[in-house]
Design a protein around this ligand. Structure first.
Ligand SMILES: Cc1ncc(COP(=O)(O)O)c(C=O)c1O
Length: 470
């Protein structure tokens, strides 16, 4: 029976062909429609083929061109979602990552990879003003939030052993703008949505600290411990909650403070004043696959107390027992993480940071912040457009009003149609947010490829789409 293995030469030939596709993709990025004009039925015909019993060898390469052609092009005019633009420097290491195929469970299993992950964790902590925090890389912000709430629950209402028995509860305080992954984590951990206390926001979409204080006093009087989730960049508008005030209230009530900084915490590299208070958290989620431009996936959870992570996650089987007396060589990530088998996520991040240097990454984040302000000014200057929220980071929410009353209920449908038309035209990728029942267009700028000229295309594209759908 033939082995499925390749000789190094065969590997090189195959990899070079794949590299050609990747390079062509980058060459054509600016020219291609940003959202492919393709129907689901066409893609099913192309890719949803019967399970191949016999292989086609290098002919399999032929479909890669179609994969790239029918993928969204992440050029400088991609402003959808909070999603980094995929640093090509990092991408070059992804093949090596797979070839090395390190299982980053413990030093014993992946000595270089574990050392590099611990290095980038300390770099990230230092970069956002949280030196001394520990942490691990995760698949993204959602898993970091889940792990953070698991740690918080175990710290404040230990339940790993017996479950949440005898009617014990824990309250989770978060603003109405909190990301859906927090609600998911609350459900998955058995805390229950009924124990989420939704705290109101002000006109800036910031959590109102006085409301938090009242809600916590009410629960504390009943002996219910708490976890406060503050936002460092809400998904909709990039609002940063008043972290210092919130930290003081959480501390007064001995509650766990988690900061969801999946979107905004890394902006502390470029604008530390906007994010002062991060260092007061018990745990912080941050996503290098958002605002450090890393290719998916690369999230991170940082925490102050390593013991809290161990109390939440340590439960090892005998087969993974460390064999070394040296604490570094006996180090096991799975004692501090919900994952066991893990890919070498740190490789691309470590390589990218070393290649560019932090100064370049800082400049790129500063450029995104400037671009958001440039777009904001253009929207404010146009009578047919209306800004819908202050722009603290790089999410710009606005509507086409076109001379109608801002209260006109048809504006929701009209703006949804405008968004659809923009995506069909394929020059620009915007997403949407609903703020106070208003459907808004949303440009989220976390894109190292964006130029001033790209920003200057947004308003004309919106106006053109509006003309076409009106
Ligand atoms: C504020 C916030 N938290 C959490 C997440 C979830 O992160 P991920 O998509 O990496 O799971 C997002 C995603 O956009 C986010 O903006």
């Amino acid at each position: 029976m033939d082995s499925i293995d390749l000789s190094p030469n065969q590997f090189k030939k195959l990899a070079e062909r794949v590299l050609e596709f990747a390079t062509r993709h980058l060459e054509e990025l600016e020219l291609r429609p940003i959202a492919p004009r393709v129907k689901a039925s066409t893609l099913e015909e192309l890719f949803h083929t019967p399970l191949p019993e016999s292989g086609v060898g290098e002919e399999a390469l032929e479909q890669l061109e179609a994969v790239a052609r029918h993928s969204r092009a992440q050029n400088g005019r991609f402003f959808g979602y909070v999603l980094g633009s995929g640093d090509a420097v990092s991408a070059t290491t992804e093949l090596l990552c797979a070839v090395l195929n390190q299982n980053v469970t413990a030093w014993r299993s992946a000595p270089a990879a574990v050392t590099i992950e611990r290095t980038v964790i300390s770099w990230l902590a230092q970069a956002i003003g949280c030196s001394g925090f520990s942490g691990t890389l995760t698949s993204g912000g959602s898993s970091a939030n889940l792990m953070a709430l698991a740690m918080a629950r175990e710290a404040k209402t230990p339940a790993n052993q017996s479950g949440l028995t005898d009617g014990r509860r824990i309250a989770v305080y978060a603003s109405s703008q909190v990301h859906m992954s927090i609600r998911k984590a609350v459900a998955l951990l058995g805390i229950g949505h009924e124990n989420i206390r939704t705290i109101r926001v002000d006109d800036f979409f910031h959590m109102i600290p006085q409301d938090l204080a009242h809600a916590m006093e009410f629960d504390m009087a009943r002996g219910i411990p708490g976890v406060v989730v503050a936002n460092a960049g809400t998904v909709n508008t990039g609002a940063i909650d008043p972290l210092q005030e919130i930290a003081a209230i959480a501390s007064k009530h001995d509650a766990w403070l988690h900061i969801d900084g999946a979107y905004g915490a890394l902006a502390a590299i470029a604008a530390p004043d906007k994010l002062s208070g991060l260092e007061l958290a018990d745990s912080i989620s941050l996503d290098p696959h958002k605002w450090l431009y890393q290719p998916l996936d690369c999230g991170c959870l940082l925490y102050r107390d390593l013991g809290a992570a161990r109390r939440a996650f340590s439960d090892s089987g005998e087969y993974v027992r460390p064999l070394s007396e040296d604490s570094r060589e006996g180090y096991a990530i799975f004692e501090e993480s919900m994952e066991l088998s893990r890919r070498f996520r740190a490789l691309k991040l470590w390589f990218s940071i070393r290649y560019h240097g932090f100064a370049k990454l800082r400049e790129s984040i500063q450029k995104d912040l400037r671009h958001a302000q440039r777009l904001t000014r253009q929207i404010q200057a146009h009578p047919a457009l209306e800004l819908q929220a202050p722009v603290e980071l790089s999410a710009v929410c606005f509507r086409y009003v076109g001379g109608r009353s801002p209260a006109d209920p048809e504006l929701n449908e009209l703006n949804a149609a405008i968004l659809g038309r923009i995506l069909e035209r394929g020059n620009l990728y915007l997403s949407n947010a609903t703020l106070r029942s208003k459907f808004c267009l949303r440009a989220c700028i976390v894109n190292h490829r964006t130029t001033d000229a790209d920003i200057d295309r947004v308003v004309p594209e919106v106006l053109l789409a509006a003309k076409e759908v009106c």
